[in-house]
Structures are given as C-alpha cells and as structure tokens.
Design a protein. Structure first.
Length: 145
C-alpha cells in the first residue's frame, strides 16, 4: 500500500470515529445541562469538514475504503456510554475527549513524520490540519478539567 493511500485511510477512519463518537456524546448529553455541548457541536462540524476533505482526496487518488470501523466505533461508543452514565460532568467529558484527542494526535504526528516526504501536498496538509485541530482541542478542553 502506498503512503498516500495509507495516510488517507488513517485520516478517514480517524475523522469517521470522531464524527461517530461526538454524535453519540451529544446524544448522551441531550437532556443534560452541560456547558461543553457547544464545544462538542463545533468539534462535530470540524470533524465533518475534515472527513469531507478526506473523502474528496480518496476519490481523487482512486482509493476505495476496503474496511469498516464498525467494531472499533461500537467498542469506543460503548465504553463512552458507560463512563458518561457514571459521571456526565463537563470535567469527565473533557477528560474523555482529551484522552481521545491525545491518542489521535500521537498517531497522526507519527504518520506525518514517517510519510511527509512520500505523500502528496494536499494529503500532508489534511494530516497537518487534523493534528492542529486535535492540539487546539486539547488546549481548549483543559479549561473544563
């Protein structure tokens, strides 16, 4: 598999998981009075924008997504549901999100470092934008902890 295809698939899966998890989290908090919901709505919009850009690049590169993320999404959403049902405070939500963003940031940063010379500029830019988004969110989430 070439590096551009591998990076695009990684970004696709990452943004798809972000969309799924954020929607689930918003659903879990729907009847709650959390101040963090506004931030979640912004995160969802950004994930959707990054996912749309990724799908465009996948199409341009003629890359088919051959695998699904159903089990990974299901596992993550189940764990999140259990945690939120125990404690739905803004601090707990921020903690869950910070862990997710931090893991994602480490992974995308490693991919950028490994592939920055092999992938095309538009794919690299998308990966860097995803990393910047994740880093920014970690900083914003610190205000809720």
């Amino acid at each position: 598999m070439n590096e551009t295809k591998e990076l695009l698939i990684f970004i696709h899966d990452n943004t798809k998981m972000g969309i799924s998890s954020t929607k689930k989290l918003l659903e879990l908090l729907k009847e709650k009075d959390n101040k963090i919901k506004f931030l979640l709505e912004e995160e969802l919009q950004k994930y959707e924008e990054l996912h749309k850009r990724c799908k465009k690049l996948l199409k341009e590169e003629k890359v088919d997504i051959e695998h699904g993320t159903f089990m990974k999404d299901l596992t993550a959403n189940t764990a999140m549901t259990i945690e939120i049902n125990k404690d739905n405070s803004d601090a707990k939500v921020a903690s869950i999100l910070s862990r997710g963003f931090s893991m994602g940031n480490i992974n995308i940063e490693a991919k950028i470092k490994d592939y920055n010379k092999e992938v095309n500029k538009s794919t690299l830019k998308l990966a860097e934008d995803l990393l910047k988004f994740g880093e920014k969110q970690v900083e914003i989430l610190k205000n809720y902890l």
